[in-house]
Design a protein around this ligand. Structure first.
Ligand SMILES: [Zn+2]
Length: 419
């Protein structure tokens, strides 16, 4: 979720003040109220795949793999190249999600300019990899916790050493349906776990749901992720969260004896694999379709829950939907509105703050009745589910994402077992 980028408040950071530095830090104010939009399918532009090369030149660029985009490549002078990055359709939020491979016959240093379609601004500091698996930031100093969209450049330029060995350049680490499915296979091999295809994407990719825990339990929770393709940091958070729930510890075993957990880690496989900035292959933001249900991906989860939860007293007690945005934030249902387990979310956030020294959860209520549009509000309205949107910053350190995901899962299991 990422709108209302211009809304910020500035507060003095007590931690920084203690160090005697006269600095302030910005707290991300998050997005404004969710409004309904049409979710009837619209055309999308898919990217041409292949090798981009200029006549007589020995530097090559390739995009023949899943995830993120390269839409055009022009050589401007001996060492300057510009890569054009465009979205699946418009309007779309400004998340130019790029990735490509580059190599050259003779080693040299080139300058790469990332040029985005009109009206779009640079969001992701580039990462580099030699194998498409291990990534390093091109410019560590470019890591910003909270950015102001107005101050971001409309294009972005950096230097790169190229040679015979392929270098991968990407907006975020590649985590495509291939990686997601490999991870699902691992998860499904664990005790008390099984996978089920609950539907298909518009391009006929399976939408896989993993069940973990006690199938006879009437107490259920739901974990979903990756409605929005570039939101890789949210996927990392979800991975740590889910792995902790199914970690084989005493707490995990106790929890999975008492609860049944549903996980849909990849809600938008077409968007992820085709490098869409935001939408599915129907050209629609899936997280606005949880009222009209015009898209197969959101409809599949709705239908699955209707079948599983509506009958025989099963309860969807808790749901969590993982995303990425500028900085870590939680979106919740207005606390005045009570669900299946009142105070669960508040208690969880309080304990998260207690257990991660120096971390102050940023929380915003984002649903207080009316049309649902988003997944979390639909789960609340339909089932009284205690529902949370778990957003991770684009640039949040990866080790912190993992740590917070693990701690969050432990706290949740303890609370759910003891309420
Ligand atoms: Zn999102």
């Amino acid at each position: 979720m990422k709108n209302g980028l211009r809304l910020y408040i500035t507060i003095a950071a007590s931690a920084v003040a203690l160090q005697g530095l006269a600095q302030t830090t910005k707290v991300f104010k998050g997005q404004g109220p969710i409004r309904g939009v049409s979710t009837v399918s619209r055309p999308v532009q898919r990217q041409w795949k292949g090798v981009f090369s200029q006549k007589g030149d020995d530097v090559f660029f390739g995009n023949d793999f899943q995830g993120a985009r390269l839409n055009g490549l022009v050589k401007l002078n001996d060492t300057l190249y510009t890569a054009l990055i465009t979205s699946e359709n418009t309007p779309v939020n400004s998340s130019p999600w790029y990735a490509f491979k580059v190599w050259a016959e003779t080693p040299k240093e080139i300058t790469l300019k990332l040029t985005y379609q009109q009206g779009s601004r640079h969001r992701y500091p580039p990462k580099m990899s030699k194998d498409g698996k291990i990534w390093t930031a091109v410019e560590p100093a470019a890591v910003k916790k909270v950015f102001e969209e107005d101050s971001l450049p409309g294009e972005y330029q950096f230097k790169l050493k190229v040679g015979k060995d392929t270098t991968w350049v990407a907006a975020q680490e590649l985590f495509t349906s291939k990686q997601a499915n490999a991870w699902l296979d691992e998860l499904t091999k664990k005790p008390k776990s099984s996978a089920e295809v609950i539907g298909y994407s518009r391009l006929s990719k399976p939408l896989t749901l993993v069940k973990m825990g006690n199938p006879k339990s009437k107490k259920r929770i739901l974990i979903i992720g990756r409605q929005h393709p570039p939101e890789v940091t949210g996927q990392y958070a979800m991975k740590a969260f889910v792995e902790t729930i199914n970690s084989g510890t005493a707490l995990s075993n106790k929890f999975l004896k008492d609860y049944l957990v549903y996980v849909v880690p990849l809600m938008n496989p077409d968007g992820v694999d085709n490098g869409n900035w935001r939408h599915n292959d129907g050209g629609i933001d899936l997280n606005r379709d949880w009222d009209a249900f015009n898209q197969p991906e959101s409809s599949a989860v709705r239908d699955f829950l209707k079948k599983e939860i509506a009958d025989d007293g099963n309860k969807l007690i808790f749901s969590i939907d993982f995303h990425s945005t500028q900085d870590d934030i939680y979106y919740r249902v207005d606390p005045q509105m009570k669900g299946n387990m009142p105070n669960l979310i508040s208690d969880w956030l309080t304990k998260t703050q207690e257990q991660i020294p120096g971390y102050v959860p940023n929380v915003k209520a984002l649903y207080s009745g009316g049309g649902t549009f988003t997944a979390f509000s639909y789960f609340f309205k339909q089932y009284g589910t205690e529902a949370l949107v778990y957003e991770i910053g684009d640039n949040t350190p990866r080790d912190f994402i993992k740590h917070k995901g693990e701690v969050s899962a432990e706290i949740l299991m303890n609370l759910l077992l003891n309420k």
